[in-house]
Design a protein around this ligand. Structure first.
Ligand code: GDP
Ligand code: GDP
Length: 438
């Protein structure tokens, strides 16, 4: 299911970080920046009532001079316009309405994107309300007063936010065509792969109606079957400093992955697999998407009969959190093995939608338990009562046990392996929920 994307835009010190932390709570996703240096927050999953959305932070602004702030705010706003379904424009009642606010509001209004105008630091609704009305002057709708730090007005704000979500977040779901996101670092060959696929198949390139974001969706027909490729490469901005570029590409990756059934994580064979690749792959893993690791530029490395195996070992090592991912070695330049992509995509989608009958699952679990005794602690042994599959995309299972505390991660992993031995589930993660039953 594709979740709406909400981007937060606002001047320095209006309370963006505070709001982000309050909304994201513990579910905040911290994306590791340059390994070992900083941990930066870029996006988080938020749920309110029965709705879920992805909150993105369009980036920090260094408050150097007024000019710099305005130009950076424009950049932020552009990223939000490019990637979000709804833009949350945060202002500050204490700093009051500022010039830069008005300029950014103009830009947001012209974009036609839904914008929610939120006025923060209204710590006392009686005292500050008069100052909130000033923000009507921005001409982007009713200002919604909140206090992020005192958690006031957040419920009303979230209600208003959800009212702005596209009518049919499900629009794309009714579309039966497989949706494939191509992600990866700059220059690994994402565009080249798309172009090669376009060049060799009979193709129709189209703007897909109903998408609110400007990701480049391309329809590819293979063997009479239609696929939609979501490309993150085309929207690179050249005039940015490196750090911002990276933030932008992560935001684009998150939004593309969100909309996809299967994610192709493209790696450059000549560079080898890196931490940055792992970070990008992790975005697809977290979301339970089907994953194919596409090692591109296979033409450009020297090979012998061991190269592929050695390469696979390295990839598996760096991407050890997703041992289920499929791996392919291709060349966008020569077209080598590219046509096999479609077979793999079909296979992974099938596995994402696979349902295993409860009876069969329980047989596998009982057999597994008989072969390897469940863990025990202080004289109490884990008992597994029952397993059933509760969802697909990704396949998700509930296991009922006597005591949750006794269910070690390693035993869940053992059961997962047994289920995979029986059914494969290649290319898809599996989720397990442990429930206690006395
Ligand atoms: P950002 O630069 O937009 O990310 O702003 P921060 O979240 O870092 O907040 C800037 C300052 O405003 C911090 O000192 C916060 O504690 C403070 N702040 C945030 N929200 C509120 C609020 O609702 N009321 C008040 N009084 N202060 C707030
Ligand atoms: P993107 O930034 O991921 O979209 O990467 P591009 O598709 O723009 O490719 C980056 C560079 O790698 C270009 O110079 C391509 O010609 C080159 N390239 C892409 N695929 C291959 C490949 O399979 N083999 C070789 N040797 N070069 C490739």
């Amino acid at each position: 299911m594709s979740k709406p994307v909400v981007a937060v835009v606002g001047r320095p010190n209006v309370g963006k970080s505070t709001l982000f932390n309050v909304l994201a709570g513990e579910k905040i996703s911290i994306v590791k920046d340059t390994p070992g240096v900083t941990r930066d927050r870029i996006y988080a999953e938020v749920s309110w009532l029965d709705r879920e959305f992805t909150l993105i932070d369009t980036g920090g602004i260094e408050p150097e001079s007024k000019d710099v702030i305005l130009s950076q705010m424009r950049e932020q706003a552009q990223i939000a316009i490019d990637t979000a379904d709804v833009i949350l424009f945060l202002t500050d009642v204490r700093q009051g309405l500022q010039d830069a606010d008005a300029k950014v509001a103009d830009m947001l209004r012209r974009s036609g994107k839904p914008v929610l105008l939120v006025v923060n630091k209204v710590d006392n609704f009686d005292k500050f309300m008069a100052d909130v009305y000033e923000f009507y002057n921005l001409g982007i709708g009713d200002p919604i007063p909140i206090s992020a730090s005192s958690r006031l007005g957040l419920g009303d704000m979230l209600d208003a936010l959800i009212a702005h979500f596209p009518e049919h977040a499900g629009e794309e779901e009714e579309d039966e065509r497989p949706r494939v996101a191509i992600v990866g670092k700059p220059n690994v060959g994402k565009s080249s792969i798309i172009n090669k696929l376009l060049g060799e198949q009979r193709v129709i390139v189209s703007d897909i109606a109903g998408t609110t974001r400007d990701a480049i969706d391309t329809e590819v027909v293979h063997d009479g079957k239609e696929y939609v490729f979501i490309d993150t490469a085309g929207l690179r901005r050249k005039n940015k400093i490196k750090e911002e570029l990276e933030r932008y590409s992560i935001i684009r990756t998150v939004t593309a992955v969100e909309r996809a059934d299967v994610v192709l994580v493209v790696i450059d064979a000549t560079e080898g697999v890196t931490e940055q690749d792992a970070k990008i792959a992790g975005i697809a893993h977290e979301r339970g998407k089907g994953i194919i690791i596409v090692v591109n530029k296979w033409d450009a490395i020297e090979k012998n009969d061991k190269t592929m195996r050695e390469y696979e070992n390295k990839v598996r090592q760096v991407l050890s959190f997703m041992p289920y991912a499929e791996i392919m070695y291709v060349s966008a330049k020569s077209g080598q093995r590219l046509h096999k992509l479609f077979e793999k995509i079909d296979m992974v989608i099938q596995n994402q939608n696979l349902r295993v009958a409860t009876g069969v699952l329980n047989e596998i679990m009982m057999e597994a338990v008989a072969m390897q005794q469940p863990p025990s602690d202080k004289g109490k042994r884990l008992k597994l009562f029952y397993i059933t599959q509760v969802a697909v995309k990704p396949p998700s299972f509930v296991i009922f046990v006597n005591d949750k505390e006794l269910m070690h991660f390693s035993y869940t992993r053992y059961l997962e392996n047994k289920i995979r031995e029986a059914f494969g589930f290649k290319g898809t993660s599996l989720k397990f929920f442990i429930r206690q039953r006395k």
